[in-house]
Write a protein that binds this ligand. Structure first.
Ligand SMILES: *[C@@H]1O[C@H](CO)[C@@H](O)[C@H](O)[C@H]1NC(C)=O
Ligand SMILES: *[C@@H]1O[C@H](CO)[C@@H](O)[C@H](O)[C@H]1NC(C)=O
Ligand SMILES: *[C@@H]1O[C@H](CO)[C@@H](O)[C@H](O)[C@H]1NC(C)=O
Ligand SMILES: *[C@@H]1O[C@H](CO)[C@@H](O)[C@H](O)[C@H]1NC(C)=O
Ligand SMILES: *[C@@H]1O[C@H](CO)[C@@H](O)[C@H](O)[C@H]1NC(C)=O
Ligand SMILES: *[C@@H]1O[C@H](CO)[C@@H](O)[C@H](O)[C@H]1NC(C)=O
Length: 444
């Protein structure tokens, strides 16, 4: 085991231009190697520079200092219906509305020693078309108090050229990636956002029968090894997978269908390297598959520009790569979706608010791609079964189901709060909101 993981680790360093960041944001790679806790520079810049600015803004806001006014005047009018009572609405000064809209000054992650809390932190666009369901067992009908309090049934799921504009840009620039555009320059990102087509069809076409949309979400967890869950997984209306979804040779345990594949530019390009020893060659490409992208960083916007134009990537770590070749001929503009920053932030804020968001390395702390995928299913399906997600007895299994012959250990990277996610999946299972596969004979 040690040899395998160590060599994988060095290989990754070689292939990654910015290896550190890649490793830390690499999804689901709880395994590859032990990575030291992220070290954050003790920069004075944060303390006497923008950080001071931030304190000023936070404390003196009611006195409307120029910058505060500038920011709030540029906030968009968004649907503010929110179930959180603690939200103070950002102020909007009508007299400022004549100010020409320009991007706010770029905010730096280093300016904040922990996750900043904006007045509009917990305010989200909620304009997804309401999904009428006739399904009696739909999780939308759950009377569970925890879910009712946190769940926003119409949270905006997808980003596209028609729902991004200057005021949205300015609002979202207050949040670090993948939750927003902090540190990014308008001119670097907006051109690719303006290429994202508005989805023409819902992610999951409605099904007949009893009106229930039944989904399986399949993670990479070692618990699936020898599970023989393949047929049960494939029997769902839709099967969601993410990242390095190795299928060939593992069908009996993990099924063979993929209806929705969730990825980042990094996961779709790096998975073939990581998993080639297990026979993985490319992302799933079932006929009429839907592709969903998590725009986690600048490199994703560079990827998107190449992908949407059908060209090579023109800058960044994927320079000259041809994104469309990674989708095995199944890329189709009308079947490609990009998750919205509000959705990603909502998942973090309401369900996975790790204490590490108060740590100096707060800016890299985020839910896993698996967690975002599970929440996407919770918002598009009536019933959700999760397979290959972390369970209480995770130590009994390899990190990944592909690691059949040598048991690996689960590795905890500092950018994800695996224990918090594990506890949430169990909690949602106990509340009958999802059905979590917890091993053979332990499924009640
Ligand atoms: C970080 O920098 C501050 C001054 O900017 C200094 O007082 C402090 O000791 C430094 N901390 C570490 C761990 O180096
Ligand atoms: C910008 O987009 C937001 C959210 O999609 C929308 O509510 C707002 O009306 C738009 N603003 C302008 C000026 O178009
Ligand atoms: C999955 O397996 C079933 C049964 O063997 C087969 O009929 C089906 O074509 C397979 N689907 C895919 C996408 O490979
Ligand atoms: C893209 O997919 C849509 C529906 O999913 C289909 O109607 C259309 O024909 C496809 N376009 C191409 C070029 O394959
Ligand atoms: C961060 O610390 C503040 C103040 O101590 C606390 O109120 C908040 O709950 C903490 N946030 C998280 C995510 O733990
Ligand atoms: C994977 O499953 C097989 C078959 O059940 C078993 O023999 C093997 O020990 C398992 N591998 C690990 C690492 O648990």
């Amino acid at each position: 085991m040690a040899v395998q993981t160590v060599s994988g680790f060095f290989f990754l360093i070689v292939i990654s231009v910015t290896a550190t960041f890649y490793l830390l944001t690499w999804e689901n790679s709880k395994s590859i190697s032990i990575w030291p806790a992220f070290s954050v520079k003790n920069g004075s810049r944060g303390e006497d520079g923008l950080f001071g600015h931030y304190i000023f803004w936070q404390e003196e806001r009611n006195l409307t200092p120029p910058h505060a006014l500038f920011i709030s005047a540029h906030l968009p009018k968004i649907n503010e219906t929110t179930q959180s009572s603690s939200v103070t609405k950002p102020k909007r000064d009508q007299t400022m509305s004549s100010v020409p809209e320009t991007p706010i000054p770029v905010l730096s992650r280093e300016s904040f020693k922990k996750l900043p809390q904006w007045d509009f932190e917990d305010v989200y666009n909620q304009d997804a078309s309401p999904r009428q369901t006739t399904c009696a067992q739909s999780l939308r009908n759950s009377k569970d108090e925890f879910l009712q309090k946190a769940f926003l049934p119409n949270i905006r799921l997808f980003l596209h050229k028609d729902n991004i504009n200057m005021s949205e840009w300015n609002r979202l620039s207050h949040f670090n990636n993948p939750f927003g555009f902090m540190e990014f320059r308008y001119n670097d990102v907006m051109p690719s956002l303006k290429l994202i087509p508005k989805p023409k069809e819902p992610l999951l076409p409605p099904k007949g029968g009893d009106g229930c949309v039944r989904c399986a979400v399949v993670g990479a967890g070692g618990i699936l090894n020898g599970s023989k869950m393949g047929a049960e997984i494939d029997a769902h209306d839709y099967v969601f997978r993410m990242n390095g979804a190795v299928i060939k040779g593992y069908e009996e345990d993990v099924g063979n269908r993929t209806s929705v594949y969730v990825h980042t530019a990094h996961s779709i390009t790096a998975s073939p390297y990581f998993f080639q020893q297990y026979g993985y060659t490319s992302a799933p490409h079932d006929e009429s598959i839907k592709y969903v992208m998590i725009p986690e960083g600048m490199r994703d916007f560079q990827w998107l520009e190449g992908l949407l134009k059908g060209e090579r990537v023109s800058s960044g770590p994927y320079l000259n790569k041809e994104p469309r070749t990674y989708y095995s001929g199944q890329y189709n503009e009308s079947r490609f979706y990009v998750l919205h920053q509000d959705f990603l932030r909502y998942v973090r804020n309401r369900f996975l608010k790790s204490q590490n968001l108060n740590a100096t390395f707060w800016a890299i702390v985020r839910p896993t791609n698996g967690a975002f995928t599970l929440f996407l299913a919770l918002h598009t399906c009536d019933t959700v079964s999760a397979y290959g997600f972390m369970t209480e007895d995770y130590n009994k299994y390899s990190n990944y189901y592909v690691q059949r012959f040598i048991k690996s250990n689960v590795i905890f990277y500092s950018n994800h709060d695996y224990i918090m996610e594990k506890d949430l999946w169990k909690n949602l299972h106990d509340r009958k909101i999802i059905k979590l596969y917890q091993g053979r004979g332990r499924n009640t």
